[in-house]
Design a protein around this ligand. Structure first.
Ligand SMILES: Cc1ncc(COP(=O)(O)O)c(C=O)c1O
Length: 401
């Protein structure tokens, strides 16, 4: 695509990967000028870090309550992750602790919108301006959430999204990077043109088959068993897993920087047409959980009134998390366990990722206590009621002073 064409239609990059239309429509929907599609969300983060020339000696701030796949791209580039503890209501980076972690080496702050709750962008951006450190928004768990009516993903220099199985909507795997900054967009485009790997035919075909299975077989009653089967098949190399074994080490695999396949882009375009419906459904189910849990005498989070979250999962604290999770499958209840530790999942060697145990106590407590309830399109009112009935067999953690 020529420069002129790109100027008249700035959301489109010019790689001709067959994903252009999805990128353009995605950018329009989320309110960004440019969008770039990738194989996974973590690849989108890698792209923006690399385009910003993050490298050895740089420090990247992020919450100590995240997915390790979010930390890998930082390590791949030789930079150092610096973890900030979270606040206990929205599970997002606590701005009161942020400033003390900024040093002359800080290059970037990653504001993750956890579970769909928007991070406190006013406070984070004020600190970022004071120190001249840009903010990137992790919207992987938050599609459509707003702060004072403004969508998350439009506050920082760039934002990235995920379309993996558990995310706001799914294309099997998938990621998107958005920005409205022309200079950054140009750097990302150049980087993709030089280095982006094309997905292989076999993995794309496997992903397409998995999407069909997902659409026909996965319902709240079957999710727990399906997840176990999926993990076994991933280990046997029979399905395209969300993460390979190699991704549990902070060294980058040669084909990591991979673009999006047309299979994913087509699925994404279909999903984009339904986002209003999906968001309304998630909001409705979350309100129902609020109501049902309150009826059972469970505490309901006091979320600031200027936030309108679209929750990808509804987090609840429970006294016996391990037991609640272990028994859920037997009752055909879909209960999620992320985040299981500050850098989910539990298999992560925390020291290798520079996380000192005890350094984010609020996050560690959340990891011990929080389970999450589904809000996706296959959760009916009846499912929500069954889920809360099941959960109410356990107790909430004792109230803290
Ligand atoms: C908060 C968060 N950010 C980023 C990612 C990475 O997304 P993806 O799995 O698409 O690479 C995840 C992972 O699942 C996540 O939970």
């Amino acid at each position: 695509m020529s420069e002129t064409q790109r100027d008249t239609n700035p959301a489109v990059k010019s790689l001709g990967t067959g994903t252009d239309e999805y990128e353009r429509r995605f950018a329009e929907q989320v309110g960004a000028r440019y969008a770039f599609a990738f194989w996974k969300g973590r690849v989108a983060l890698y792209a923006v870090l690399k385009a910003l020339r993050v490298g050895p000696g740089d420090e990247i701030i992020l919450p100590g309550y995240t997915c390790v796949m979010d930390v890998n791209p930082i390590m791949y580039l030789g930079a150092r992750p610096v973890y900030v503890d979270i606040e206990p209501v929205t599970y997002n980076l606590d701005p009161a602790l942020l400033e003390a972690r900024i040093t002359p080496a800080t290059r970037l702050i990653i504001a993750q919108h956890t579970y769909g709750y928007p991070a406190d962008m006013d406070a984070i951006l004020a600190i970022s301006r004071r120190h001249n450190v840009p903010v990137i928004e992790d919207c992987c768990l938050a599609f459509g959430s707003t702060i004072n009516g403004r969508r998350v993903g439009t506050f920082g220099l760039a934002a990235y999204y995920s379309f993996q199985w558990n995310k706001p909507y799914t294309t099997g795997l998938g990621g998107m990077l958005t920005t409205s900054d022309p200079e950054l967009a140009e750097r990302i485009r150049a980087l993709c043109e030089e280095e982006l790997v094309t997905p292989g035919a076999k993995e794309t075909a496997m992903l397409a088959a998995q999407l069909v299975v997902y659409r026909t077989l996965i319902y709240p009653r079957t999710t727990a068993l399906a997840t176990q089967a999926f993990r076994l098949l991933t280990r046997a190399g029979l399905v395209v897993g969300s993460s390979s074994t190699a991704e549990f080490r902070p060294e980058m695999a040669p084909d990591f920087f991979k673009g999006m396949s047309t299979v994913q882009a087509r699925a994404g375009l279909r999903q984009l047409r339904r986002t209003e419906l999906m968001m309304a459904h998630r909001r409705r189910i979350a309100r129902l959980y609020d109501q049902l849990l309150a009826e059972k005498g469970w505490p309901v989070p006091a979320v600031p009134p200027n936030l309108d979250p679209v929750l990808v999962r509804y987090p609840v604290r429970v006294a016996e998390k391990a037991k609640a999770l272990a028994e859920a499958a037997g009752h055909f209840i879909e209960l999620g366990s992320w985040f299981e530790c500050p850098l989910h999942p539990i298999e992560t060697p925390l020291e290798a990722y520079g996380y000192a145990s005890g350094s984010c106590p609020v996050a560690e407590q959340a990891a011990r206590e929080v389970v999450n309830l589904p809000t996706h399109m296959r959760v009916s009112e009846k499912t929500a009621r069954r889920t809360v009935e099941y959960l109410a067999r356990f107790a909430p953690p004792p109230a803290r002073a």
